[in-house]
Design a protein around this ligand. Sequence first.
Ligand code: AMP
Ligand code: ZN
Length: 494
Amino acid sequence: MALRLYNTMSSQVEEFRPLRDSEVRMYACGPTVYDYGHIGNFRTFVAVDLLRRFFRQSGYKVHHAMNITDVDDKIIRNSAREGVSVQQYTAKYEKAFLEDSAMIGIEEPTLVRATEHIPEMAEFVAKLVEKGIAYRADDGSYYFRIAKFSGYGKLSKKDFSTMLDGARVDLDEYDKDSARDFALWKAPKPGEASWNTPIGPGRPGWHLECSVMSMQELGESFDLHAGGEDLIFPHHENEIAQSESFTGKPFAHFWFHARFLLVEGEKMSKSLGNFFTLRDLVLKGHKPSSLRYLLTSVPYRTQLNFTFDGLRQAAVSVERLRNFRLRLSSGNFGPGSNPQMQALAADTVSRMHAALDDDLNTAQAQAALFEMVRQANTAFDTGGVKKDDVPPLLATLAKFDEVFAVLDDDDVPKMKQVLDWAIAEGREKDISDALREAVQSGQLSDANIEAKIAEMKAARAARDFKKSDAIRSELADAGIIIEQTKDGIRWRRK
Ligand code: AMP
Ligand code: ZN
């Protein structure tokens, strides 16, 4: 079966076929780095990560590019207010975003930054002016004339034909009712950062950044463009208008939008006190893997209502899977195999794959795995799992984890990083006892360390260097220093 995905452009679930054989080119709108990422942002980024991982599991080579929006209205305003350069202002949040992404198991895409592509963006505007699609206003800003693009509105399904030609909007974000000619390039206002270019001084609009960088990375037409549902209008509508006017070709073929996350049934907002960053949750003592599991437990097009109860349940689910794996890898089993267990493992792989093929039905994929765990656990207790059943059951878990990425027990070193960060930022008062206890009790025991080193040696002997390096870095993260001596491996705590 092939992957079927919902395409916002056609408003239908369609079979996914890449433009080039066996390669998927996908672009995701990345974070605006003016603050720490919140759990809503990570709902979308984790959904995109899961899609990327599933493409790979389905046999595609994946080129996944993502921008870092390091120029936009909020960044310009905040950096001017603090009297620092745009780069100085955004560096801290970009670093935090990358750390948080790694913490929640997101594989790093090819990153592109707006500040590193300003000349190409100015050139793009000049080309649109040449084509008569963009025009310069008196203050030196440039606007896109939406009346010149007949397809305007095709993604958001809104009829803009009666819009007043020539009325303008220069905010990066606005609602459908104020759709107007939008700013491609903004002339500097006093005190604002700007770049000198052949089209004059100024800075790119947010929409332009994504059009230019996505096409530069992936080509004029590529397979899939992703983001949260709020980006459908105006951001993605404007990207389509700019790109297709520029090239005369279809821009992205699939439009993938994750539904917004709510917190306890409400829109997340600082004023309601229900606004959480990933770090806020870890400071309260929750594991990053619990959040990743929770975020993937609701299919990306279904409303996800974040609750602390749900987060605790997710932690229990992850624990159950990890215990099951431990039971398989450390238990004693009678010889031979049980055809039922063999069939169960194979059937679970097919059911998980079929669920994900069905517009990424993550809930059903998880349910299929839990059904396997339930049946295998029952069989364990009656001696129904044999030695030769262990590899296929473990392989099924590994297949699941290629996409869901929650099985490796690396939460404690990640939580310790957040604890250290909070101390460095002078936020001791936000560190909960639960976090302190988790970090303390989760420090590796001597026996754990010896076991990991034995595993690392075995991986090396099997020439599985990826695995041995992973164990080595896991130990390093936990503050364990490994030394290779002539008598073999020695270790000590930092
Ligand atoms: P931003 O940093 O605001 O540009 O947002 C980064 C990504 O997070 C975009 O794809 C947004 O659509 C997405 N996003 C923002 N808030 C939420 C939310 N509450 N739920 C899901 N995705 C969100
Ligand atoms: Zn974008």
